[in-house]
Design a protein around this ligand. Structure first.
Ligand SMILES: Nc1ncnc2c1ncn2[C@@H]1O[C@H](COP(=O)(O)OP(=O)(O)O)[C@@H](O)[C@H]1O
Ligand SMILES: CC(=O)N[C@@H](CCC(=O)OP(=O)(O)O)C(=O)O
Length: 258
């Protein structure tokens, strides 16, 4: 089976031009096929503030009303995505910027309203991924770069968490490839001591639960790790959580294991 790496880059890295450039330089040096997924939540919040659109988050998910959907479509599908693709081209790496609507690559369902109405937020499963189109792009040597957007097939874009998109893409592509999923962010890995930056080298469900119960693992790291374990349970070969500057270091960060 051919190898494929799916790499997600977090908002704190893409918000910092120097860090982003360093990451993209390392990414462009890779020779095996790869798909890049980017967030940009922080940039959407900043631009929203300038436009008078206030960010409302619940459990790390953005409540996406109609004007917020326009904002994130502009930021994730436009500004951030196109800047990343242009930078990759300048480094000799052929990339194509996509949202889930382009080529119907990621068809999602609007999250049903229960206790909370998240608005135009999409839930996606591996069945909604057009793997054959992605495969043919990769066969042509063109590497997809995804913003955090899907669509509902009825004319609406949907805002979808970038960690989840990376996990679902990894699961879907595992039917055809041996997939490694890599979450890159600004810390050196999942930490057991945040102050002193002590990295947990291997995280399994049992110690994940213990670290969660004691509060050592909290906030945005919880949905990220839930996505990581979901991916492994659904057939993804390997998942790592690493610092963005360690992309090409084999042993860096935290290995997630079942
Ligand atoms: N134990 C932990 N180790 C590392 N980061 C943690 C931990 N617990 C909570 N975090 C927080 O989780 C954040 C990552 O989640 P999030 O901001 O959603 O990621 P991203 O930047 O990739 O979108 C880190 O920036 C950090 O502040
Ligand atoms: C539904 C939802 O919450 N979507 C996210 C998508 C962006 C994202 O995931 O960005 P980071 O990876 O940088 O956090 C949001 O709008 O913040």
């Amino acid at each position: 089976m051919n190898k494929l790496t799916i790499i997600k880059i977090g908002g704190n890295v893409i918000d910092d031009p120097k860090s982003l450039d360093q990451f993209l330089t390392d990414f462009a040096q890779r020779t095996e096929p790869a798909i890049l997924v980017h967030g940009g939540g922080k940039i959407a919040t900043q631009i929203g503030n300038k436009l008078g659109i206030e960010a409302k988050m619940v459990d790390g998910r953005r409540i996406t009303d109609a004007e917020t959907l326009d904002l994130v479509t502009m930021v994730y599908g436009g500004l951030t995505n196109k800047k990343i693709v242009a930078q990759l081209q300048s480094k000799g790496f052929n990339a194509i910027g996509l949202t889930g609507a382009d080529g119907n690559v990621m068809l999602a369902k609007k999250r049903p309203v229960k206790k909370i109405d998240y608005g135009f937020v999409g839930d996606i499963t591996a069945d909604g991924v057009n793997t054959s189109l992605l495969q043919s792009m990769l066969n042509q040597g063109v590497n997809p770069v995804f913003g955090a957007l899907t669509h509902d097939g009825e004319g609406h874009m949907l805002n979808t968490n970038a960690d989840t998109i990376a996990s679902v893409l990894a699961v879907a592509m595992s039917r055809e490839f041996e997939v490694e999923l890599v979450y890159c962010f600004e810390q050196p890995g999942v930490l057991s001591d945040f102050e002193n930056k002590v990295v947990i080298p291997v995280l399994e469900p049992k110690n994940y639960q213990e670290y969660k119960d004691s509060g050592v693992i909290n906030s945005g790291m919880i949905p990220k790790l839930d996505n990581a374990f979901d991916a492994l349970n659904a057939g993804v070969k390997s998942v790592r959580i690493i610092q963005f500057s360690d992309l090409n270091q084999a042993e860096a960060g935290t290995l997630i294991r079942l």
